[in-house]
Ligand binder design. Sequence first.
Ligand code: ZN
Ligand code: ZN
Length: 107
Amino acid sequence: MLEFIVQSPRNRPDLVEVRYDCQCGCKPRARYERGSDEANFEHCCCGQVHFVGARAEERLKAYLGERSAQGLDAEVGEYSIHALQVKAPWGEPVPVAYALPAMHKKH
Ligand SMILES: [Zn+2]
Ligand SMILES: [Zn+2]
């Protein structure tokens, strides 16, 4: 399981940024804007991906499905998908979904 840090950027109380310290050394981050129907994501260099925002899990699966159809993720093997909710600073739950590859790529 990844441990997420949930914060609003300075002077942007309408945004939440969800980040984590990746085992590869990167600090992937993705933002969600309050009230929006969007989700954003970061695909870490090592192969881990996280989505934050509306329908995060559905979007993550669609994203990985497209990549796999193009043969882009063959080297990392199967992904395991995890979904959770974090609490935005304004009090609402925000969906987060992430995928962990069977084999990580080098940083
Ligand atoms: Zn990484
Ligand atoms: Zn990295």
